[in-house]
Design a protein around this ligand. Structure first.
Ligand SMILES: Nc1ncnc2c1ncn2[C@@H]1O[C@H](COP(=O)(O)OP(=O)(O)OP(=O)(O)O)[C@@H](O)[C@H]1O
Ligand SMILES: [Mg+2]
Length: 259
């Protein structure tokens, strides 16, 4: 199997304090990895390391087979940050402009947007059910609608690998279900590799094929999500949870047809 992320002996700390110590794991093409763990266990820090926003003290990171220090395919990587910190929504830009901004590497910064690009933007908005809002100002949308637009912004550049850091914070439960459903379909139907940090263990165990548990400066990858779910969900809910009931979640998906 082709590895899209390879981490070997990675250590990182802010100042003297180690947050991650001697961590090694890999993610294969087509995986949907749910990253869980208590507050402060280093989940967001790990994503920042994978996005090269911070540098490790020790160890190696490879993305799409390339050492991160020389990595030059950032257009194939999508990132949906935790909503509040990700974007200045008072900026007077329309939904269409916010999404097409992620095409600038293709379009060129000062060139006019062509109809083929406009079509890509429309398609991405359609995938998240926001095409009717394309001329609206981003700042005038609700939190959940903005989050959908940020996902369209990532999709428009057709990434192979998407990182999401708690993407459902501030989203109502219906939109939350729709978002997980969409991610599951992007993974299943388009083969996009997904790494998602979430505190929603129930949703993660349904949609992910691997669960990465962070804690004690390390990461344990669970490849048998059913077994993991059985044990951990019983612990949380006090009884067995029927995961199959959640698998048919697509009744409220934003996008009913093919994606
Ligand atoms: N810029 C920073 N400078 C110093 N310490 C930091 C910085 N960012 C995070 N930390 C510390 O590093 C540890 C890991 O933080 P991180 O944000 O990665 O945790 P997390 O697992 O994402 O937590 P949460 O579930 O609350 O989002 C925490 O103890 C945090 O206080
Ligand atoms: Mg975090």
């Amino acid at each position: 199997m082709e590895k899209v992320i390879e981490i070997s002996n990675l250590s990182f700390g802010y100042g003297e304090r180690l947050i991650l110590e001697d961590m090694s794991f890999s993610v294969e093409k087509g995986d949907f990895v749910g990253v869980i763990g208590p507050n402060g266990s280093g989940k967001s820090t790990l994503l920042k390391l994978l996005l090269r926003q911070i540098k490790p003290i020790k160890g190696e990171i490879k993305l799409l087979g390339q050492n991160i220090e020389k990595f030059n395919q950032w257009n194939k990587i999508g990132y949906v940050a935790q909503k509040a910190s990700s974007f200045n929504t008072s900026f007077p830009a329309t939904v269409e402009e916010v999404v097409s901004a992620n095409l600038f590497p293709q379009i060129g910064l000062f060139k006019r947007i062509k109809s083929k690009h406009r079509e890509l933007v429309y398609k991405a908005l359609e995938t998240v059910g926001m095409e009717d809002y394309k001329d609206r100002l981003i700042g005038n949308l609700s939190g959940g609608q903005q989050q959908r637009v940020f996902i369209a912004r990532v999709l428009v550049s057709e990434p192979e690998l998407i990182f999401l850091d708690e993407p459902t914070v501030g989203i109502d439960s219906e939109s939350e279900g729709a978002l997980y459903c969409l991610l599951g379909r992007l993974n299943q139907e388009r083969g996009i590799t997904i790494v998602m940090v979430s505190h929603d263990i129930g949703a993660v165990t349904v949609h992910a094929n691997k669960i990465a548990c962070m804690g004690n400066k390390g990461l344990v990858m669970n490849e048998n999500t059913e077994e993991f779910a059985k044990n951990s969900l019983r612990e949380i809910y006090g009884h067995d949870v029927n995961l199959h009931a959640h698998k048919h979640c697509c009744t409220n998906c934003w996008k009913k047809g093919a994606i």
